[in-house]
Design a protein around this ligand. Structure first.
Ligand SMILES: *Cc1c(COP(=O)(O)O)cnc(C)c1O
Length: 224
């Protein structure tokens, strides 16, 4: 895992920039949840950010999260853990045990096994449907044209409450276009959550209505 790690100063800086972006957009500051993305950083690199008051964290791998978060959760009871990376169905059981939210529901099979696991474990996770807004072949996510029907299927057929939509815009395109598109799809699907915006573009995402921003390197430093 990488050296370095998060600092209280970097966290405060992001919080201030989020506040300014919300204010500029005429939105209440408290409307936007900061998810500190701690992937590749070990427990010692994360502790200063927890000590500075941050409680919501994001990880992209179930296995990696399993290696550090049980220990960190034992130290701080009110941690909220978000899975922001792709989920395989054979990891669904562990994911539902470990995480409080999953941002990457993107096919019926995953939706189905997550629904079954939540019932089996008696746990209710916050769920986002990932949309491949750039229609990139290598990227996960429901095709935009299917997003509304997919959310309805989750709700009506699987009884899953979907909180919102999530996207990762193509690296070589203006993120704003994708954020606006995701916001439009969410409205059509009748969901209010918008998980969008990373270190380089979270202020833009807030301008377009992000409810959850996922910020890694701007808090923890580069991942090498
Ligand atoms: C790594 C990651 C982030 C954070 O990216 P930064 O550019 O480091 O802020 C956000 N979302 C997802 C899905 C990621 O995998």
């Amino acid at each position: 895992m990488s050296n370095g790690g998060g600092t209280a100063a970097q966290l405060r800086d992001i919080e201030e920039r989020m506040g300014s972006a919300a204010q500029a957009a005429g939105r209440p500051v408290g409307d936007v949840t900061l998810i500190a993305v701690s992937k590749t950083f070990d427990a010692d690199a994360i502790r200063p950010v927890i000590a500075a008051g941050q409680r919501q964290f994001g990880e992209n791998r179930v296995q990696e999260a399993k290696g550090k978060w049980p220990e960190l959760r034992a130290e701080t009871v009110d941690i909220v853990l978000h899975l922001i990376g792709p989920l395989q169905s054979n990891k669904a059981r562990e994911a539902v045990e470990l995480f409080d939210a999953i941002h990457t529901i993107d096919r019926e099979k995953i939706a189905r096994v997550v629904a079954e696991e939540m019932t089996r474990q008696g746990r209710q996770l916050q769920l986002f449907v990932q949309v491949n807004t750039g229609e990139e072949p290598q990227k996960a996510g429901v095709p935009p044209a299917e997003a509304v029907a997919f959310v309805s299927m989750c709700r009506d057929r699987l009884g899953l409450a979907i909180s919102g939509l999530m996207c990762i815009p193509p690296v070589d395109e203006a993120a704003a276009v994708h954020f606006a598109f995701l916001a439009k799809l969410a409205k059509e699907a009748g969901v209010s959550g918008l998980s969008m915006g990373m270190s380089d573009d979270f202020e833009t995402a807030i301008a377009f209505g992000a409810t959850h921003v996922r910020v890694g390197s701007a808090i923890f430093g580069g991942r090498g």
